[in-house]
Design a protein around this ligand. Structure first.
Ligand code: ABU
Length: 388
């Protein structure tokens, strides 16, 4: 069990927030085309013009930084300690023994890279070449936790090669009917040969960890998480959203806000049967309203879906930060009994996400609760349990 004085201590997505990291847009570049990602302009002609490469213009970076700084001010006004990453040079070409890519991306979304699971920080493997070294922006911070919190565990998940052979290139060419036909197979642009996961495919519910199989997390990645986390007392549950043909990161699809309540995406239902864990334990799954923008109305360089609307950040089980234009969602949250803090954030969307994506909570009050006592969980193997 965690000690309340731990610097690193976060077991779920909603306990009262004490310390968090908020990304920065400094040095951001346009995301390159690569085997795991094909960025497209959001234009009326369907994005046929080439996607730009290289550094983003200074005024775009400034606009995003203003909104990120606004989030920082709000969190600090709520008594939360906020840290920022240090953005390295991202514009130079990157070459490893297995791949090369024309530039890196940005350090706006720590959620995709870093995750706190109790007293442990895990650096994800990542799934895209331009994000291979993104962990470096957080190393100074991780070292400060490592040096100052003797109870903290620091784990770096195995880096995949990201060689051509790790990807399934034909994925990008499948017509819609093919995607529909394959919707239950959970085979996307990444093969199963190497361990691959982005941290943002994980959602934390105390002792239970829910992981989405996606374009950014494969079954080998989930298997690694199980083998690593089960001996520490966690139960790791793979989940699937078969109607999402391009799944990437769970936090625009399935968003827990307090014990007993998950916001769900009405266009991306859970695979039949996977809802039972929640329903049998008395959880409510509440569909969010349609976002205020259609997919076509999202910012021109944004590669995420309109469902960034539900990418909210919990300050506590009663306080939620929501994008300022998402009035229908704010009204729902209000009805559900939350105090809602609206902030402008649309200028951040093209850097990979909204409020949840752009943050990484390192410390929340609370301990390892069991919110799912009714379960038929089968661990990979019986072994020693660190949490008991
Ligand atoms: N990075 C979150 C994006 C998820 C989505 O586009 O739905």
């Amino acid at each position: 069990m965690s000690r309340p004085t731990n610097l690193v201590n976060s077991w779920n997505e909603w306990d009262p927030l004490r310390e968090i990291v908020v990304g920065v847009a400094d040095n951001a570049c346009f995301e390159p085309t690569e085997p795991g990602h094909r960025p497209q302009l959001r234009t009326p002609d369907g994005g046929s013009a080439p996607f730009p490469t290289g550094p983003k213009p200074a005024e775009m970076i400034e606009r995003a930084n203003e909104q990120l700084d606004g989030l920082v001010r709000l969190l600090e006004s709520q008594g939360v300690t906020v840290h920022r990453p240090v953005a390295p040079d991202l514009a130079s070409p990157l070459r490893t023994p297995d791949f090369q890519v024309e530039n890196q991306y940005c350090v706006v979304c720590p959620r995709d890279v870093m995750i706190t699971l109790g007293n442990e920080i895990i650096e994800a493997t990542m799934s895209r070449r331009a994000r291979y070294f993104e962990y470096q922006a957080y190393r100074k911070l991780v070292y400060s936790y490592w040096n100052n919190d003797p109870g903290m565990v620091w784990t770096v998940a195995p880096k995949p090669s990201m060689a051509d052979s790790m990807y399934r290139q034909e994925f990008w060419e499948w017509p819609l009917e093919e995607r529909h036909r394959r919707m239950h197979s959970s085979e996307f642009c990444v093969t199963q040969d190497e361990v691959v996961f982005d941290a943002a495919d994980i959602s934390r519910f105390g002792r239970d960890i829910v992981v989405q199989e996606s374009m950014t997390t494969n079954r080998s990645g989930i298997h690694w998480l199980k083998r690593h986390l089960e001996p520490r007392g966690f139960r790791v549950h793979p989940v699937h959203f078969p109607l999402d043909f391009f799944p990437s990161h769970i936090d625009c699809t399935f968003v827990p806000l307090r014990p007993g309540l998950v916001l769900t995406n009405p266009e991306r239902p859970l695979r039949e049967g996977e809802e039972q864990l929640f329903l049998r334990n008395g959880w409510e799954l509440v569909d969010v309203p349609q976002p205020t923008s259609t997919n076509d109305e999202m910012p021109k360089y944004c590669q995420s879906s309109k469902w960034l609307s539900m990418n909210v950040l919990s300050i506590s089980p009663t306080k939620v930060v929501c994008e300022e234009r998402e009035k229908p969602l704010q009204d729902l949250l209000d009805k559900l009994g939350f105090e809602v803090f609206p902030v402008p954030f649309r200028d951040v969307f093209e850097y990979g996400g909204s409020l949840h994506c752009a943050t990484w909570d390192v410390n929340r009050e609370g301990t390892a609760e069991d919110y799912f006592p009714v379960n038929d969980y089968r661990p990979l193997a019986e072994g020693p349990r660190i949490l008991g």
